[in-house]
Design a protein around this ligand. Structure first.
Ligand code: BES
Ligand code: ZN
Ligand code: ZN
Length: 483
């Protein structure tokens, strides 16, 4: 398994060597003309126009859409569309000469373009019996000056997108392949490769600890739950770490509160929060960022069996707080509550950020454009939102007023795991988690249920996992190092 754990990108970007001469295909990026005219590309970002030159080579003109609407993300989208086109065309190399563009600095436009190129080719075809993979493509960059900056930009984009594509690759694996136990094994192998410390808490340890939340969710499955802990030391071992916590339900049937045929589909993606955390630690280790980081991945499979937990059960979480189970389908908050308690007890974190495909309600509220963020700390939330605007992995803050707590106060236990149906379920999830966080510890909860996977292909991703949150969190960490 260790050989094909990571996605091998069929597209590479590199600087052309001094002796190399441009080849058959030359890449240009152009705004769409106000009126259709020869040589100007279509109106939609990513539209491609091919022009044969007098010398017999071809120019590929990639549309950036209307000039007034162009942002750095336009370059990412254009890169993604171009990558798909290159792969389909069977091209082996394509060359780019002009990496400076209009008012955009290289750091913004070119890095986004590289990210788009490296994300746009992702495909999950491991289980196709006919090999549908095409030849590798190399995009060569002919640059006259600022070579160091260009090299650095390509390297950084490669590191980030490798992490994103790793998340996608694992996310696409079905529940029959990735379960809590095999996920822990994979994490261990990955950790070794990237010199991360990895600790696995198995069901025995979890039960000695009395982590009743994660145990309840996992008890109906043949494969028992795991708490996977990855540690990256940073540059100063004295510094308190930021702890990232991820929900990794390797398959969410809903349990006895069973999902229906339509809503159960795609529930292999209920592990995306946890996978995002794994991928972030991988990227941070490669980038050698200065801050210490811990990733806690709470992994369980929410299944039906004679051993499953049931509605009306009362469970005791690691914190000691008791919870009345209203629905076995609101399982994410149960295992996250244990992870939050464990994080604070063990690491006294500088901040905690959890990522989870927690509620369908966030899709109703924000669709598939923005993830929801809820937080007990203004500065942490503001920084994350800002990092989202910069990376175009956008967030929108939802409130956590105390009034929302009312609906999840327990009748026979401290809390209930769900509030009033149809009322602010995303916020209810957030306020539930907040009960397990010390007010002095800055904490943010990202509900990524709407953005972790896409129901239809986009320029950056086929249908399925997107890898949302990885570029965003790295940008946030960098904003801390800039201080
Ligand atoms: N994994 C789901 C949330 C989800 C829904 C993710 C759709 C992606 C797409 C979660 O465990 C869940 O079922 N949540 C319930 C909570 C409710 C019962 C309080 C929901 O959102 O319906
Ligand atoms: Zn779930
Ligand atoms: Zn559920």
């Amino acid at each position: 398994m260790s050989n094909n754990l990571e996605y091998k990108n069929p597209l590479q970007i590199r600087i052309a060597e001094p002796h190399e001469v441009p080849g058959e295909l030359i890449i240009h990026l152009n705004y769409a003309a106000k009126k259709p005219s020869p040589g100007s590309p279509g109106k939609r970002v990513g539209d491609i126009l091919i022009i044969k030159t007098a010398l017999g080579s071809h120019e590929i003109i990639v549309s950036l859409g209307e000039q007034e609407k162009c942002t750095s993300d336009t370059f990412r989208q254009a890169g993604g569309s171009l990558a798909r086109w290159l792969k389909k065309s069977g091209a082996v190399t394509a060359d780019i000469h002009h990496i400076e563009f209009d008012k955009f600095p290289i750091e913004d436009a070119f890095s986004a373009f590289c990210e788009g190129l490296l994300l746009g080719t992702f495909e999950f075809n491991r289980y196709k019996s006919k090999d549908s993979s095409t030849a590798d493509v190399t995009v060569r960059v002919f640059c006259k000056d600022e070579t160091a900056l260009v090299v650095q930009t390509i390297q950084k984009a490669t590191i980030l997108t490798n992490a994103v594509n790793l998340e996608r690759e694992w996310a696409h694996e079905p529940g029959s392949v990735i379960n809590p136990v095999t996920l822990a094994e994979r994490a261990q192998i990955l950790a070794q490769k990237y010199a991360l410390k990895c600790t696995i808490l198995d069901e025995k340890v979890l039960s000695e600890m009395k982590a009743g939340g994660i145990l309840a969710v996992g008890q109906g499955s043949k494969t028992p739950p795991r708490m996977i802990i990855l540690e990256y030391p940073g540059k100063n071992p004295q510094e308190k770490p930021i702890v990232l916590i991820g929900k990794a339900i390797t398959f969410d049937t809903g349990g006895y509160s069973l999902k229906n045929t339509a809503s159960i589909q795609g529930m292999k993606y209920d592990k995306c929060g946890g996978l995002t955390v794994i991928a972030i630690l991988q990227a941070v280790a490669v980038l050698q960022l200065p801050i210490p980081l811990v990733g806690i991945i709470a992994a369980a499979e929410n299944m039906i069996s004679a051993d499953s937990y049931r509605p009306d059960d009362i469970i005791t979480t690691l914190s000691g707080k008791t919870i009345e189970i209203i629905t076995t389908d609101a399982e994410g908050r149960l295992l996250l509550s244990d992870a939050l308690t464990y994080a604070q007890k063990t690491y006294h974190p500088r901040a905690m950020i959890d990522m989870a495909t927690l509620t369908g309600g966030v899709i109703t509220a924000l669709g598939r454009v923005r993830a929801g963020i809820m937080s007990n700390n203004r500065e942490l939330a503001a920084r994350l939102v800002e990092a989202g605007e910069k990376t175009f992995e956008k967030l929108w803050q939802l409130p956590l007023d105390e009034e929302y707590l009312e609906s999840i106060k327990g009748d026979e236990a401290d809390l209930k795991n769900a509030g009033t149906p149809g009322e602010a379920s995303t916020i209810t999830g957030g306020i539930f988690l907040k009960q397990f966080v010390d007010d002095h510890c800055p904490w943010a909860h990202l509900d990524i249920a709407g953005v972790a996977d896409t129901p239809k292909e986009t320029p950056l991703s086929p249908k399925g996992a997107t890898g949302f949150g990885i570029r965003l969190l790295i940008k946030y960490f960098e904003s801390l190092s800039d201080e």
